[in-house]
Design a binder for this molecule. Structure first.
Ligand SMILES: *[C@@H]1O[C@H](CO)[C@@H](O)[C@H](O)[C@H]1NC(C)=O
Ligand SMILES: *[C@@H]1O[C@H](CO)[C@@H](O)[C@H](O)[C@H]1NC(C)=O
Ligand SMILES: *[C@@H]1O[C@H](CO)[C@@H](O)[C@H](O)[C@H]1NC(C)=O
Ligand SMILES: *[C@@H]1O[C@H](CO)[C@@H](O)[C@H](O)[C@H]1NC(C)=O
Ligand SMILES: *[C@@H]1O[C@H](CO)[C@@H](O)[C@H](O)[C@H]1NC(C)=O
Ligand SMILES: *[C@@H]1O[C@H](CO)[C@@H](O)[C@H](O)[C@H]1NC(C)=O
Ligand SMILES: *[C@@H]1O[C@H](CO)[C@@H](O)[C@H](O)[C@H]1NC(C)=O
Ligand SMILES: *[C@@H]1O[C@H](CO)[C@@H](O)[C@H](O)[C@H]1NC(C)=O
Ligand SMILES: *[C@@H]1O[C@H](CO)[C@@H](O)[C@H](O)[C@H]1NC(C)=O
Ligand SMILES: *[C@@H]1O[C@H](CO)[C@@H](O)[C@H](O)[C@H]1NC(C)=O
Ligand SMILES: *[C@@H]1O[C@H](CO)[C@@H](O)[C@H](O)[C@H]1NC(C)=O
Length: 532
């Protein structure tokens, strides 16, 4: 008897055409596998059988293409329609649609029935059924048809441990269709760390959409953020922002500045040293949660004496005083005319060369202050040197007069010539180029409103030449030649005069001029020297 039932069941299952549809889709059931309608067709009927009911339910009655009547009064009333080939269309496939639908065709000759069994596949779906904080969360996963359900947390298999993770699986038989599905309940002790965790269930090779627990927990940690985080300097802008964990996080915060602010963020613009101190913040509704930060505002004041433009006379003294008031030990550096000085300038006896732009730079951790003064040392001009520069082998002589002084002195020579001025290291040098016709004493006069000075130099008219060791030696002079010629003429004249005198008086003696003899002597000596 049992085997017979079993056989019938197996036979029926084997004999019935099965149509597999997906949950939510449109089920399309063809009549007689979509074969063309027979001749003499009177009507087509779609019907189905409910369980526990003997009479089939009429779904649709079709007389012809233009006379289609929906007979269903149950859940199929609004869901059924007919395709041009008389296939039955059922919208939104549900698990309850897993039943036998029969297409019946009546022609003048016969009646044909084509039963089709519909199976609806439903991917596993998860529903969160319970929500509470600090207790176990439950998820239900359903799979149809029945399948082994596996739970995953972020793609990691969850293994039941009977405490934190409890999995209860049951196989349910649909009361009407008699088909089974599986449901699995996951009881999970969710905590803060599961806030963003995705839970899925898998049945055969299908995976459910991920579900996250809605986990709430009170704030346990509050943080006061200070931006920028580095050392603060006077003039900076600093933003204080309060945040806390907790789900949901607190909606309002209190920031304790010097005053109490109900803000989650506050910006102090152009901070001053008076803003230094400790700042707190806490959620508006729980002042026992607190975070604090200490702000230290770096400051730096400097005062430089003297400053601006300073005029002093040579020989006087100048005291330089740089005072700093800073939140730490600052570094000080000095420059004179942009060149680094090794120490703070101090002047006991001012020299012209002390004139210049003095700048100091005081720094403390990125906070920089600068100050400067311009020192102008004034005094009567001083001639540093008057030199002769002989052009070797030439007749030009360059005379230079190097002068220091402020205000800038005027320079004048006692003779005429080509002048050229050069400046270097605060000194003025005027060069005079001339061709002396004779031995000269040339004087350089310098002068400003504070005083004047003069210095002379003897300039010979001789021409110099380098000897073997490279030293310049006087070899000849235009005037020397002239002098020799002059001496000869002079000697001739003297000889004539002497002769006249001798012939006239024939008494006493005439002394030759000292000048001529000494000149000749010296020349002889030098020629001997040159030979040596
Ligand atoms: C459709 O067929 C039924 C039954 O034969 C009939 O009563 C009805 O009048 C027909 N309707 C139309 C619009 O032809
Ligand atoms: C579920 O898995 C067990 C063992 O892994 C297996 O015996 C059983 O047939 C499976 N059930 C289904 C419905 O796949
Ligand atoms: C959870 O899923 C969402 C959307 O599917 C994704 O953006 C998120 O990164 C997932 N979280 C984890 C921890 O995998
Ligand atoms: C799941 O398995 C069935 C049969 O085993 C297969 O037809 C289907 O393509 C598979 N689906 C996926 C998403 O792997
Ligand atoms: C404030 O937070 C602390 C620490 O999370 C907590 O113990 C306390 O109960 C909270 N108080 C209120 C009034 O919420
Ligand atoms: C600080 O904020 C003020 C006003 O918003 C702005 O004028 C100033 O440039 C800011 N200073 C800095 C250093 O960003
Ligand atoms: C330095 O600055 C602080 C803060 O402004 C001030 O209290 C102090 O009097 C100043 N000291 C001097 C020597 O200027
Ligand atoms: C003398 O001065 C002239 C003109 O400035 C210059 O060309 C020449 O080189 C100078 N001679 C010497 C020896 O310095
Ligand atoms: C320099 O030359 C000017 C004219 O060119 C003349 O008047 C003056 O006397 C000359 N000075 C000397 C010292 O030779
Ligand atoms: C000119 O001076 C040179 C030496 O500087 C001397 O040797 C020469 O004799 C002098 N000439 C005259 C004419 O005085
Ligand atoms: C070059 O002249 C210098 C100075 O007059 C003298 O001391 C030196 O001996 C001379 N050398 C030669 C090689 O003539």
């Amino acid at each position: 008897y049992w085997s017979l039932i079993c056989f019938c069941f197996v036979f029926e299952s084997w004999a019935l055409e099965t149509l597999v549809a997906h949950y939510g889709d449109i089920i399309k059931i063809p009549c007689n596998r979509g074969a063309p309608k027979p001749a003499n067709l009177i009507f087509t009927k779609w019907k189905y059988v409910r369980k526990f009911s003997n009479t089939p339910n009429l779904c649709l009655l079709i007389i012809d293409d233009s006379n289609i009547t929906v007979m269903a009064t149950d859940e199929y009333q609004g869901r059924v329609s007919i395709a041009p080939d008389f296939s039955l269309l059922i919208s939104s496939a549900a698990l309850g649609d897993q039943r036998k639908f029969t297409c019946m065709r009546a022609s003048a000759d016969d009646i044909f029935e084509y039963p089709v069994h519909v199976q609806v596949l439903k991917p596993p779906s998860v529903v969160e059924i319970l929500y509470c904080s600090w207790c176990q969360h439950s998820l239900i996963c359903e799979a149809n048809p029945a399948a082994n359900i596996t739970w995953y947390k972020n793609d990691q298999v969850l293994v039941a441990d009977g405490k934190e993770v409890i999995i209860i699986t049951s196989v349910n038989k649909h009361h009407e269709t008699g088909l089974s599905s599986t449901s699995s309940i996951l009881r999970y002790s969710a905590s803060k760390r599961d806030v963003d965790a995705n839970f899925t269930c898998r049945a055969s090779n299908l995976t459910s959409a991920p579900v996250s627990f809605l986990i709430t927990y009170p704030p346990q940690k509050v943080t006061l953020h200070v931006t920028p985080s580095g050392p603060l300097k006077e003039g900076d802008n600093v933003t204080l922002r309060c945040s806390a964990d907790g789900n949901p996080p607190p909606s309002r915060y209190i920031i304790h500045l010097k005053v109490i602010m109900v803000e989650d963020s506050y910006t102090l613009t152009m901070v001053k040293r008076s803003h230094s101190g400790e700042y707190h913040c806490s959620p508006a509704d729980n002042s026992s949660l607190l975070d604090s930060q200490t702000l230290e505002v770096l400051y730096l004041d400097i005062s430089l004496n003297p400053s601006g433009r300073v005029d002093r006379t040579t020989g006087s003294s100048l005291a330089v005083l740089l005072q700093t008031n800073a939140s730490g030990e600052p570094t000080v550096s000095w420059t004179k005319n942009k060149a680094r000085l090794t120490a703070e300038p101090q002047f006991d006896q001012l020299k012209f060369s002390d004139s210049g732009l003095y700048e100091c730079e005081v720094a403390i951790e990125g906070l920089i202050r600068r100050s400067s003064f311009i020192l102008d040392v004034q005094g009567p001009p001083v001639i540093r040197s008057v030199d002769e520069n002989q052009e070797i082998g030439g007749k030009h002589k360059n005379l230079s007069c190097e002068v220091e002084g402020s205000p800038k002195p005027s320079i004048q020579w006692s003779v005429n010539g080509t002048k050229e001025i050069t400046h270097a290291d605060g000194r003025v040098t005027q060069t005079l180029t001339l061709i002396p016709k004779e031995n000269l004493t040339v004087t350089c006069f310098v002068k400003n409103h504070l005083g004047q000075e003069a210095r002379s130099i003897d300039v010979s008219s001789g021409i110099f030449k380098r000897n073997a060791t490279g030293t310049s030696v006087l070899i000849d002079g235009a005037d020397a030649v002239g002098a020799v010629v002059g001496l000869i003429l002079c000697a001739l004249t003297l000889a004539v005069i002497y002769w006249i005198y001798w012939t006239k008086s024939s008494q006493g003696s005439w002394r030759t001029g000292e000048n001529g003899t000494t000149e000749e002597k010296r020349k002889l000596e030098e020629e001997q020297k040159a030979k040596v």
